[in-house]
Design a protein around this ligand. Structure first.
Ligand code: ZN
Length: 297
């Protein structure tokens, strides 16, 4: 079974994109866009407004929607979904000559009026990094359909109760990482939150009692706040490594749980695999891998 690490990189989630947002906001403040260049033509998902609309505009601010970054240039929004292998590389000085399209990991290059800027890059051969240009971020379907942000004041205990009520018998792992239900939590932080809450990833949402609901709600806030505190202020090139290092169960199958010493296990889930501690989360029981048991039968 493949782990997310073996599949070539870690998807940045809410804490990394939030740290990147803050870092970039300080770098880009009051600068104007001098040049933009798209080198991976499949990355751009919109054609109106055109990319050239960005040129000459001043950066008004940088926002985040779930795991997506939103650079606002006087009302024209450059929105980025990094996906698993994509990221942003800050460049103190961008080259004057245009980059050659279709070569290497470069997808998009932006140069500011002081010649600094950033590259959007994607490792590997899969092209999943996505860029949208929009006058209103909510024109982007992936943003319009996002659930509440767990850091926003709207994410109250009442809102979380409504989410769990609507989820019914859906498994907690799937509820936590569904962007349409809660925005920003992916495969990694859902593993970490469930470990911190000592809950099985396969627990049906409807089976949580009042204490369980409160515990899970608290751990969503705590795990994300701790992760943000840890990575805030780090430059973009440190954020993905930091994410990996800070994980307690995610990506750590075969290692010992730091809390109870049990060997961390993994099981396939949806399109990838999840990691959990049988000692902390499932009363010592190793979860059956449905794909695996199908093969063995
Ligand atoms: Zn444990």
């Amino acid at each position: 079974m493949e782990t997310t690490r073996e599949q070539g990189g870690e998807m940045p989630e809410l804490p990394q994109v939030e740290a990147l947002r803050g870092w970039l906001d300080a770098q880009l403040a009051t600068r104007a866009i001098a040049r933009v260049q798209l080198t991976d033509f499949s990355a751009l998902k919109t054609y109106k407004p055109p990319l050239s609309a960005l040129v000459g505009l001043e950066i008004s601010g940088v926002a985040r929607h779930g795991k997506m970054l939103d650079i606002d240039a006087q009302g024209v929004h450059l929105i980025v979904h990094f996906s698993r292998a994509g990221w942003l590389k800050w460049k103190p000085e961008q080259p004057a000559a245009p980059a050659r399209p279709g070569k290497g990991p470069l997808s998009f290059r932006l140069t500011l009026d002081d010649d600094s800027g950033f590259d959007l890059t994607e490792a590997g051969t899969q092209r999943r990094l996505a860029i949208w240009l929009a006058d209103d971020p909510h024109d982007v379907e992936m943003i319009a359909t996002l659930g509440p942000d767990p850091l926003a004041p709207e994410f109250t205990r009442e809102a979380f109760d409504a989410i769990l009520d609507a989820a019914g018998r859906s498994q907690l792992k799937g509820v936590l990482r569904d962007q349409r239900i809660i925005a920003g939590i992916g495969n990694a932080y859902s593993d970490e939150i469930l470990h911190a809450a000592k809950m099985s990833p396969f627990t049906p949402a409807s089976s949580l009692d009042e204490a369980g609901r409160q515990l899970l709600y608290d751990q969503i806030g705590t795990v994300l706040a701790d992760a943000i505190e840890r990575c805030q202020g780090l430059p973009p090139d440190k954020l993905k490594d930091d994410k990996r290092q800070a994980m307690r169960v995610h990506g750590r199958a075969g290692e010992q749980c730091a809390v109870c010493g049990t060997t961390i296990a993994q099981v396939s889930f949806a399109d990838s695999s999840l990691q959990y501690c049988p000692g902390c989360q499932t009363g010592g029981k190793v979860l059956a891998d449905r794909r695996m048991s199908k093969l063995l039968r």
